[in-house]
Design a protein around this ligand. Sequence first.
Ligand code: B1M
Length: 231
Amino acid sequence: MTDDSPDIDLASLSDEELTEQMHSDLYDGIADAITEGTNIFLDRGWNAEKVLNDALVEGMRIVGIDFRDGILFVPEVLLAANAMKAGMAILRPLLAETGAVRQGTVVIGTVKGDIHDIGKNLVGMMLEGAGFDVVDLGINTDADKFINALLEHNADILGMSALLTTTMPYMKVVIEELKKRGLRDDYIVLVGGAPLNEEFGAAVGADAYCRDAAVAAETARALVAKRRAAA
Ligand code: B1M
């Protein structure tokens, strides 16, 4: 999907053409073009979620397929990830500014051994938009760091992300450590990431598996409301 054509006037493209071009620019890791395209869509009245899903997440899905098939390699995918982050930085304040009533605090991170953070960052943004204060511990987070942050911030929810089949079992390590310290029932535990599913979430003892960022935000609100109603 490499684009060797001279500079394209992105503003002159139709919505459909610009969406395709954004996928291509994401694939090629051209952060400036992603910034420009994101702003054009917003100027055209697209809401932040639509830009995110149609232009950015879909573009990264295509990158993922060629990464899996050995057509793209780590350096190229890193450039694509940086371009995606450039678009996300523009959308972040828009997704957070919903004026939602404060819901509580979420501590979120990507588990130990895993450096994928795009999905986790999106989940953080959607949680902010849903009214949560989000404490983001970043990548490669071990059980001590998660638990210390939960205690320090008097959090309501622990959110863990994993993108690798080799790192997802670490979620169970964290939950077992919470149990060992007698803290498990103090928190709602949500888990997510591409290789997980409902069954895995239940098996590691999470309260819920969340398929995507929107589901994570809905689930967080629903489970906090349920817990408060029961208190
Ligand atoms: Co990686 N990588 N990667 N990678 N990478 C995958 C995950 C992979 C599926 C690619 C493939 O082969 N098709 C594969 C994993 C295979 C497996 O385990 N079965 C893989 C591999 C193998 C690797 C390396 C081992 C490659 C290598 O070094 N040889 C290496 C691992 C490094 C490590 O972590 N120790 C590696 C490295 C990298 C990059 C650094 C190059 C880069 C990451 C950059 C970054 O994140 N800053 C990268 C990328 C970008 C990917 C793909 C292409 C895209 C991931 C992504 O950002 N998706 C990915 C392919 C794929 O997933 N199809 C791949 C977009 C994002 C919006 O979706 O993260 O799924 P996702 O998040 C969603 C949901 O899953 C959910 O909501 C999000 C938004 O809707 N969600 C949650 C996520 N976390 C949640 C937490 C929650 C709730 C919901 O908590 C409450």
